[in-house]
Ligand binder design. Structure first.
Ligand SMILES: *Cc1c(COP(=O)(O)O)cnc(C)c1O
Length: 374
């Protein structure tokens, strides 16, 4: 009897596997970072002692003013506003444009997905410049698009000749990222200008705008094919609440609002976002501190012979590693409770990426690195 039931169950499982669309089965999983509580458990460390420098989050945590506002929220039993009226107004003021130019999502990630859904028919092409944020490839593929990847130059700038020569007949969308993750360098405006003149949608991912201070939102006045993406996950310390926004033409924002899930941005995120904007000067000071810490950290890292340190306009630092596996640096630091990213893929052979933490955290990092590197 039990055997029969087991056999039946097994056959049923097999059938379910056949039900998945062939394409989802073939997809590579997107591999984000391991959560700190799990790292702590695995390594028998205290979660509070973990120094998390692997996902470019705000090292100072969510400020008390925001936590207090969240605690005072009274309307968590009510659905959020699907038209996002108040949020779009606050963001419009922050950006210096109109509400009709703003759409919010559960992180910039959701907006990238919505943009793919809005523009990609099966087999339409999306152009990107690698290495860059790897989620683009995942979500383009998931939406049945084809990702055309052009390699960046050795300093991670975009090859202008190659970009200009690229045939765009099959291309619907161009993904640009400024500052680029994981390299930290800015997009050259002439590249943006070139693509804005073509018959394509141009996405500029400005997830780290507050650190670079350079934005392309002003290009919207002349170009209704531009979408600038921003997030509250990095500078504003709300990565766990999932909220980001698109700044774009009213033609595109109308469509995004039409297709988005009605209640994607939650009421807690709404409260936190409004409080962050109200206290912007608090974050401005933090950003200045992070920039100062970044530049000091770059100077300290340059002293290690094994590292080639790339300049950064963001809150993370990319280093090429020679003479020792990047993975070993990652694992050795992990044993000390310091989490960083390492890459060992085609265009990032033996690299590490370190998010800029507090001055104390950076001191611990440099100290531990001194025991690993020369
Ligand atoms: C972190 C990051 C995002 C994702 O932001 P969320 O708002 O947290 O989804 C988007 N783009 C880049 C380049 C990032 O580094």
């Amino acid at each position: 009897m039990i055997d029969d039931a087991f056999q039946y169950q097994k056959e049923k499982m097999k059938k379910i596997e056949e039900l998945f669309c062939s394409f989802a089965e073939k997809m590579k999983p997107y591999s984000p970072i391991e959560p700190p509580d799990q790292v702590a458990k695995r390594l028998n460390l205290n979660e509070v002692d973990i120094i998390k420098l692997d996902a470019n989050e705000n090292p100072y945590g969510t400020p008390q003013i925001v936590l207090d506002a969240l605690a005072k929220g009274k309307y968590y039993h009510i659905y959020p506003d699907p038209a996002q009226i108040q949020l779009r107004e606050s963001i419009a003021k922050y950006v210096g444009l109109e509400s009709e130019n703003i759409v919010l999502g559960t992180g910039a990630d959701e907006l990238i997905d919505l943009l793919c859904r809005l523009f990609i028919n099966p087999d339409d092409c999306v152009l990107g410049f690698v290495p860059t944020f790897t989620y683009y490839e995942h979500v383009i593929t998931l939406n049945r698009g084809r990702y055309i990847k052009l390699n960046r130059n050795e300093d991670f700038s975009i090859d202008s000749d190659q970009a200009q020569k690229q045939n765009l007949d099959q291309v619907k969308m161009v993904m640009l990222c400024s500052p680029n993750n994981p390299s930290g360098n800015m997009l050259d405006e002439s590249i943006l200008d070139h693509f804005l003149k073509q018959n394509v949608v141009v996405i500029v991912d400005e997830a780290y705008f507050e650190f670079s201070g350079v934005s392309y939102v002003n290009q919207l006045k002349q170009n209704d094919n531009l979408v600038v993406l921003r997030t509250f996950s990095k500078c504003f310390a709300l990565a766990g609440l999932r909220v980001g926004y698109a700044v774009t033409s009213s033609k595109i924002s109308k469509m995004l609002l039409k297709i988005k899930p009605p209640f994607s941005v939650n009421v807690a995120a709404e409260i936190a976002l409004k409080t962050c904007i109200k206290h912007f000067s608090y974050f401005e000071k933090q950003v200045n501190q992070i920039i100062e810490t970044r530049d000091q950290t770059i100077a300290s890292l340059q002293k290690f012979k094994e590292l080639t340190v790339y300049p950064s306009k963001s809150n993370f630092i990319l280093c090429k590693v020679d003479g020792i596996p990047a993975q070993k640096i990652k694992l050795d630091l992990e044993l000390k409770g310091i989490l960083i990213r390492y890459f060992d893929v085609d265009l990032l052979r033996n690299y590490i990426r370190i998010s800029v933490g507090t001055p104390d955290q950076m001191e611990s990092l440099i100290q531990e690195l001194s025991g690993i590197l020369s």
